[in-house]
Ligand binder design. Structure first.
Ligand SMILES: [Zn+2]
Length: 439
């Protein structure tokens, strides 16, 4: 039997394809990586995208996505009720699994179970997360509802306070006030200490590289590494929530954000080079997959950030692979990383990952209202096939966006049919999942 290869999946969180190709690819190609230009993420944010890479399933099939109940911080991957979960399956093949994560959304608490876990979330960021938890989901929902009722999502603070008082929501007002004070305190501390910690340029990469270097691996091993330097906040574009609101509402200066993002990617690039060099020299027979879970909007269509759109800047991601060849002449869904990793574990050098159509899913939409941007639950699916892309709104039953990459006429009907078949298949998988759990 072929000797089992060590498999490493490096996710450069929030890295856009264009910035990855410009700043990271030139540093990697000399080591023998191959670049794939048609990789498509299954979702525009961390949790569902990682869950797809590790299960081979789309978000509506693995279930780790936003719902009316779950917010960004509470969505979990329930791997125990899924038939596929790469770390578990590789463990059964004799692998030891390692998680090195700078993203708080990836840890055993959110369902990513590995034998060895090293999660480095910036100390003050942990405090910020805890502060955020002071506002219970129920309170946040009531606050949102009050603001929507008065059309006050982007009004100044004093007006929000006024509306809460008018609705008699004194408890929520006090809690929000406390959270604001604590957050301002923590973020001031962060800024003051940033010359020492390097934050926000360094969001944990230096620490994690040191840990990766000094770990003794039990081979064969599977490593999932998430580096989050390309994620906001960026140096010079700061200030927590005020920043976040402007980020979503698109009132930032896109040139400033682009420059700051570029600086973060350049900083990340040199560490990725060091990491690739280290893994190639330290591990026997490594397979290294470097990608991103989603990109980042830097002012395109008046929007910043990620989570709520299916634009190409968000879901067409960089992909560089070392040690195994993934064959495809069309689109490559990131969910196939599951198959590529399993093929590598079986000692294969080549795997065919051709698919006629690939999909990406969204469960939270931003809608522009006269008073600002409002987040609303939705279900939108992007389908890529040949030279075409279509984005379909499931509830509305209509195409909201389409692209032809070669100027030919988009066959909308055909793509919508593919999406409907995809929905049927997802429903069957969901039913089987519930049935398996109950039995
Ligand atoms: Zn992410």
């Amino acid at each position: 039997m072929a000797r089992r290869k060590n498999v490493v999946l490096i996710v450069l969180d929030t890295l856009r394809k264009d910035y990855g190709d410009r700043y990271i690819w030139p540093l990697l190609k000399k080591y023998g990586f191959k670049k794939y230009d048609n990789a498509v993420s299954t979702a525009p944010w961390t949790t569902p995208s990682h869950a797809s890479m590790l299960t081979g399933l789309y978000p509506s099939q693995h279930g780790a996505h936003l719902t009316k109940k779950d917010t960004l911080l509470t969505v979990k991957l329930n791997a125990s009720r899924l038939p596929f979960f790469l770390p578990r399956e590789l463990k059964e093949l004799g692998y030891t699994t390692y998680l090195f994560s700078a993203n708080p959304l990836l840890s055993k608490e959110t369902g990513y179970l590995f034998d060895v876990e090293d999660v480095k979330v910036d100390f003050l960021d942990r405090i910020n997360l805890k502060i955020g938890q002071l506002i219970k989901t129920e309170d946040a929902k009531r606050f949102r509802e009050t603001m929507i009722k008065h059309g006050a999502r982007s009004e100044p603070y004093w007006k929000k306070v006024f509306f809460l008082l008018r609705e008699g929501e004194v408890k929520i007002l006090l809690k929000l006030g406390l959270v604001e004070v604590l957050k301002t305190y923590v973020n001031t501390l962060r800024l003051i200490s940033s010359p020492l910690t390097g934050w926000p340029l360094d969001k944990g990469v230096t620490y994690l590289l040191r840990r990766i270097k000094h770990t003794t691996y039990r081979e064969p091993s599977f490593l999932l590494i998430n580096l989050i330097e390309a994620h906001e906040p960026y140096r010079w574009v700061l200030f927590a929530d005020a920043y976040r609101n402007r980020f979503v509402n698109g009132r930032l200066n896109s040139n400033v954000v682009r420059k700051a993002y570029e600086k973060s990617v350049i900083y990340l690039a040199k560490h990725v080079k060091t990491l690739a060099e280290l893994l190639i020299s330290e591990l026997n027979n490594p397979i290294i997959i470097i990608t991103s879970d989603h990109g980042q909007l830097l002012g395109e269509n008046g929007a910043f950030g990620h989570n709520s759109y299916l634009h190409d800047e968000l879901i067409r991601v960089p992909l560089y692979i070392y040690g195994i060849q993934a064959k495809t002449d069309s689109w490559l869904s990131l969910r196939r990383i599951y198959d590529i990793s399993k093929a590598a574990a079986q000692g294969k050098d080549v795997i065919d990952v051709s698919e006629k159509t690939v999909f990406s899913e969204l469960f939270l939409c931003h809608e522009k209202k006269p008073k600002g941007v409002v987040s609303v639950p939705c279900h939108r699916i992007a389908a890529y096939q040949g030279p075409w892309k279509v984005v379909y709104d499931v509830k509305e039953g209509s195409v909201v966006h389409k692209i032809s990459y070669d100027g030919s006429m988009v066959n909308e009907r055909k793509l919508v049919e593919e999406i409907k078949n995809f929905l049927k298949k997802s429903k069957l998988i969901r039913i089987r999942r519930v049935f398996t759990r109950g039995s």
